[in-house]
Design a protein around this ligand. Sequence first.
Ligand code: FEO
Length: 165
Amino acid sequence: MISKKVEKAINEQIKKEEYSSRLYLAMASWCHRNGYPGAAAFLYTHADEERMHQLKFVHFLNDRGGYSVLQDIEQPPFKYDTLHKMFQEVLKHEQYITASINDLYHLCTTEKDYTTANFLQWFITEQVEEENLVNGILDQMALVGNDKSGLFHIDKELGAKAAPA
Ligand code: FEO
C-alpha cells in the first residue's frame, strides 16, 4: 500500500506529464502551421510519449492501491518567436521535469518506499536521454543561427527522428 504523501506526489507528477503532453502538442501545432513539418512530426510524437509517461504513473499508482485522480490543466503557450526559442523552452521544461522526478525519488527514500523508488529509475534514465536529445538539437540550432537552409536541414532531421507514434 502506498502512503498518502507518495500518492499525492505521484498525482502531481501525473499532472505534470499530462501538461508536458499538451505543451508539446501545442508546440507541434505551431510548427505545423509555421513551415516546420519535421519539428511538428517530432513534437507530435513527443506529445504521445508524454502521454505514455502519464499512463505509466496512473497504472502504477492504481496497481499499488493508491488512486489516480486527474486534475485541472492550464493552457500551454501557443505562440513562439522562433524554432530555436521554442526548443529552449522544451529544454527548460525537461529540466523542470527532471527536478520533479528527483524530488519524488527523494520523497520515496525518506518514506522508505523502495518499490516506488525502483519504479522511478526508468524515469530517471529517460530524463537523461530526453535532456541529451534536446541539448543536441539546440547545439545544432546554435550553429546554423538564422540561416534558412540550415534550419531546413535541421527540420528534416527532426522529422527523421520522430519515432513512429
Ligand atoms: Fe515525461 Fe519529457 O518527461
